[in-house]
Design a protein around this ligand. Structure first.
Ligand code: ADP
Ligand code: MG
Length: 606
């Protein structure tokens, strides 16, 4: 064979075949190489798959173990639930039995048989007698009882559910209630804040309105008060009533004097039936303006016995302006206590024969002087005048009592003495606004004037005459001052009497004055009543619109000023002579025509 091959090699054909075989052989070998490569890759793949399989198997085993454990747990839980269920059923059953028993006991009519049968049926006893043995009534009873039992069981279950859910429900309800409550509290809080803000604004507004009201009513007002006829007026024609009123106008009063009717117009007239309270109501705006720092004077004017002391002091059971004013001041001050500190103090003084005495001092007989403040403010003060701080009605009563005792011990006959002297109660209200530091001082002067009756010149002599002259002088001076202020004269004769000098800063500027003219309605008093009403009308008869003092002085030549005051002694600047008493005042018509002339002159001068 080898030879043959060699021969073949020798041939060209053989050479070619060899060549082909060799290339084929090479190709096959390449193929084998490639196949080996593929095989190797496949082996690698196989290995990695085997690894994955092993991992998966381990996982499966783990899951299986877990599953088994879960199954065990589930079985346990199921068993526990089963037990619980059985217990609940037993429970329900025993309760139902108890209830059934109770129902049976109620069924007394059916007797022991029904009771026994039902119990047997419910208990499921083998010894149960055949139903056909039961009496018919018992059977129907049993039939009706079964649905009752079913409803009972159902109710019991739902109750159990409710009991289980109750704590949750309670918690939930509590939570929402708490939320609601805090929301409500928050709402109330914000409403309160808003209300407080509005309240403060209203307070401011009230003060403004109040001041405006007092301004509109005028700073000097004249009221009349007619007292009722009393036993002291006696009987018969002397005690007849001589005063009548206008039903449509409470500022008008008619006096029948010597058969003629004379009419007067004041700012307001109180008839005899007007109570202390009604009178005070008209006065209280003045009193409260004291808290805002205004000075106020309230005078009671009139003949002795006309009711001055009754109006100012009143009686214990029915107090007058003095006590009511202080009470009002206390309550007003209290209502502002949140923002303001107030101190209220009182002094009591008496002016007798032009001598000023301190009714609250240790030495009431000592005469006091009125002096200019050394601080250069131009204000007046009375060195040595006692001032008591008061905080309650009890304090006021003590002060009043003390003042009374002092007054009584200083005279032999109080009635006579008090009718011949002026009694002053001076209330000072000092305020401090805590937030702004603003200080205010207001003075309220409550004056029970000496009797205005004219003393017959022939009958009076000595000390009685001197008293009469002093009273005359000071009441006229008061009238002159009020007239001058009300008619806005340049010169106001404050210095003409102790009273007007003492009250100077409470009468001038933006102070407010009220003259309460007291009259007796009795026939025998008509001439004094006439005088008092003329005095009243005189002080209120001249009134001009608001005008500044400067403008007034600039536009008033002295000639015209004289025209206005002509025939009115005491009105002209510097006149110290007593006037008024026995003197006939100009009629309202005369005065109003003068007022018109002044007003016209002021208007033309712009
Ligand atoms: P005056 O102080 O002016 O001298 P009073 O105030 O003492 O007068 O009054 C004299 C009498 O008249 C007293 O008894 C008083 O009680 C009584 N009186 C005065 N005004 C009234 C009144 N409005 N209502 C009841 N009684 C009055
Ligand atoms: Mg009196």
């Amino acid at each position: 064979q080898y030879i043959i091959k060699t021969v073949e090699v020798e041939s060209a054909k053989a050479k070619q075949a060899l060549c082909e075989s060799q290339s084929r052989n090479q190709y096959l070998q390449e193929q084998v190489g490639m196949q080996r490569q593929v095989l190797k890759e496949m082996e690698q793949q196989l290995q990695s798959s085997q690894k994955t399989v092993a991992q998966l198997r381990a996982q499966i085993m783990m899951y299986e173990a877990e599953l088994e454990r879960a199954q065990g747990q589930m079985l346990e839980e199921m068993q526990a639930m089963e037990e619980e269920k059985n217990r609940a059923i037993e429970d329900a059953f025993s309760r139902a039995q108890v209830e059934m028993k109770a129902v049976h006991e109620n069924l007394a009519g059916e007797g022991g048989a029904a009771h026994r049968v039902t119990q047997l049926v419910l208990g499921g006893h083998a010894t149960c007698p055949s139903p056909c043995l039961m009496p018919a009534g018992v059977r129907t009873n049993l039939l009706t009882l079964q649905p009752a039992l079913r409803t009972l069981t159902h109710d019991y279950n739902s109750l159990k559910r409710q009991v289980r859910d109750f704590p949750l429900l309670l918690q939930e309800t509590l939570r929402s209630a708490r939320a609601e409550i805090s929301q409500a509290i928050e709402d109330v809080h914000s409403t309160n804040r808003e209300l407080l803000r509005k309240y403060r604004r209203e307070l401011q507004l009230r003060k403004k309105c109040h001041n405006e009201l007092v301004r509109l009513k005028g700073n000097i007002r004249v009221f009349g008060r007619v007292r009722p006829i009393t036993k002291e007026d006696g009987e018969g024609p002397e005690a007849a009533n001589a005063v009548t009123f206008d039903t449509d106008d409470d500022a008008i009063l008619h006096l029948l004097h010597k058969g003629k009717q004379v009419s007067f117009e004041l700012d307001k007239v109180f008839p005899p039936q007007a109570s202390q309270e009604e009178v005070f109501q008209e006065v209280q705006a003045l009193v409260t303006s004291c808290i805002d720092g205004y000075n106020v004077c309230i005078f009671a004017y009139g003949q002795t016995g006309a009711g001055k002391t009754y109006t100012m002091e009143g009686t214990a059971a029915n107090p007058g302006i003095n006590q009511r004013a202080l009470q009002l001041l206390f309550s007003e001050v209290q209502s502002k206590a949140a923002d303001w500190d107030y101190a209220i103090s009182v002094s009591a003084a008496e002016i007798y024969n032009e001598a000023l005495r301190d009714l609250l001092g240790k030495e009431p007989q000592e005469k006091l002087e009125i002096k200019l403040c050394p601080d250069g403010s131009g204000q007046l003060y009375v060195p040595g005048l006692t001032e008591f701080r008061v905080q309650s009605v009890e304090d006021i009563n003590k002060v009043f009592e003390f003042g009374h005792v002092n007054r009584v011990t200083e005279c032999t006959n109080l009635n006579e003495h008090s009718s011949r002297s002026h009694a002053l109660l001076i209330v000072t209200v000092r305020g401090l606004d805590r937030s702004t530091g603003l200080c205010t001082t207001g003075k309220l002067n409550l004056v029970d004037l000496a009797g205005s009756e004219r003393v017959g010149r022939s009958g009076a002599e000595g000390s009685r005459l001197r008293e009469a002259q002093h009273i005359n002088k000071s009441l006229s001076a008061l009238g002159d001052v009020i007239y001058a202020l009300r008619s806005r004269q340049g010169h106001v004769p404050f210095r003409n009497s102790k009273l007007t000098y003492l009250l100077q800063d409470s009468l001038s500027g933006d102070s407010k004055t009220l003259m309460m003219v007291q009259v007796s309605p009795a026939e025998k008093n008509t001439s004094e009543t006439l005088c008092s009403l003329k005095f009243a009308e005189r002080v209120r008869s001249v009134e001009l619109g608001p005008v500044s003092r400067k403008a007034e002085l600039a536009s008033w030549p002295s000639q015209e000023q004289l025209e206005v005051t002509e025939g009115l002694p005491g009105d002209s600047p510097g006149t110290a002579a007593p006037s008024g008493r026995g003197h006939v005042s100009p009629s309202p018509g005369q005065l109003s025509s003068r007022a018109t002339s002044i007003r016209r002159k002021l208007q033309t001068s712009g």
